[in-house]
Write a new protein. Sequence first.
Length: 107
Amino acid sequence: MSQPDSISKTERDPVFAEPWQAQAFALAVRLSEQGYFTWKEWSAALADELKTEATLGYYEHWLAALERLVTAKGLTNEAALLERKEAWADAYRHTPHGKPVELLKEA
């Protein structure tokens, strides 16, 4: 079934290719709304990140900028970020194909 001609390409295509991209976007918006950083600070961090490595996709830059900004603001630290990334990687490796990856809650 084809899309009606009256619908533009941007209306047909999803904004985010993967759920994590929407989550990273929402987290940046929420943290800014809660006053942890201004949107101007966020824009500057993302602009700086986009100048770095051209091989990353847009939302990889978005996530890297967010990680750097929350670390700079003292909301987390490098060790906690690494621990969380390793926990997600472990959960991913142990999740059956086609099932959602879930991170077990810490006791």
